[in-house]
Each structure stands twice: as structure tokens, then as C-alpha cells.
Design a protein around this ligand. Structure first.
Ligand code: FES
Length: 82
């Protein structure tokens, strides 16, 4: 499913508020990568946890840990609902 996440928003909070659920078995600590999402439009910084879980190719393709995403600008994101 594709969603639009507004600026200045933590993705996980936005999803919860809208009753959209992704897998977060580690509770958003960056330890499981089950929360994988793909950023289709907009910039999201790559953090250390993203670098551990994703290859450079995946990072280039926009994959990030959903639990770590903070939208500084409006984002278009593909999410994988549980
Ligand atoms: S919820 Fe486990 S890494 Fe994001």
C-alpha cells in the first residue's frame, strides 16, 4: 500500500494514528527489519541501523526501517501491512 506521510512526522506514529499496521516485533528498536518500507518520493536520511540491514543497492532503491523514519518533508512511502 502507498501512503503519503506529512512533514515533521514520525512514520510509526502516523501509521498508528491512521490504524495502519506494519510488523514491528522488536518494538521499533532497529533489531528486526520486519518494518521495512520503501521511500518512493522525498528524502530520508540513512541511519546506522538501515546500513546494518540493507545493502547499498536497497538503500539506493529507497528501503529503510519503517520504525526509524522521520519525515522532515512530505513523503510518499510504500509500506507492507501485516
Ligand atoms: S520494528 Fe524492528 S527494526 Fe523496525
Amino acid at each position: 500500500m502507498i501512503i503519503e506521510c506529512p512533514a515533521d512526522t514520525r512514520l510509526q506514529e502516523y501509521l498508528l494514528k491512521n490504524d495502519i499496521h506494519i510488523l514491528t516485533p522488536c518494538g521499533g528498536r532497529g533489531n528486526c527489519a520486519k518494518c521495512k518500507v520503501r521511500i518512493l518520493k522525498g528524502e530520508v536520511k540513512i541511519n546506522t541501523m538501515d546500513q546494518i540491514w540493507f545493502s547499498q543497492k536497497e538503500l539506493d532503491e529507497g528501503y529503510r526501517l519503517g520504525c526509524q523514519v522521520f519525515a522532515k518533508e512530505p513523503l510518499t512511502i510504500e509500506i507492507y501491512e501485516k
